[in-house]
Write a protein that binds this ligand. Structure first.
Ligand code: FES
Length: 107
């Protein structure tokens, strides 16, 4: 659910754009972060942890923890909480890191 009208900031969501998460279209608004737009569309799992493959989502929301890494427009390990949406943006969760897991499996 998008916050259409904030009690202090007023109406902030002016220009709708379409973003694609796992190739499915979702509505977002300019000036939203990728993570906020996904949360507003009910998507909370942004990927999995590198070693233990546990679900990862929004944690600090300020670019400090790296919990929200995603692949955005072909670039890996982008902090989705610090990246503004753009029309037509292609977003994928970070679901695997085979090289790290291969090291663990060999231990
Ligand atoms: S949620 Fe912590 S860096 Fe994005």
């Amino acid at each position: 659910m998008h916050i259409e009208k904030h009690p202090v900031l007023g109406r902030q969501l002016h220009k709708p754009v379409t973003i694609y998460f796992n190739d499915q279209p979702y509505q977002a608004y300019t000036q939203q972060s990728v993570a906020a737009a996904l949360m507003a569309n009910g998507i909370k799992k942004l990927g999995v942890s590198r070693k233990l493959v546990q679900s990862r989502g929004l944690f600090c929301s300020r670019g400090r923890c790296c919990s929200c890494y995603m692949t955005i427009d072909g670039e890996d390990h982008v902090r989705s909480c610090m990246t503004e949406v753009e029309d037509g943006m292609r977003i994928y969760p970070n679901m695997d890191d085979p090289e790290v897991r291969r090291d663990i499996d060999e231990d």
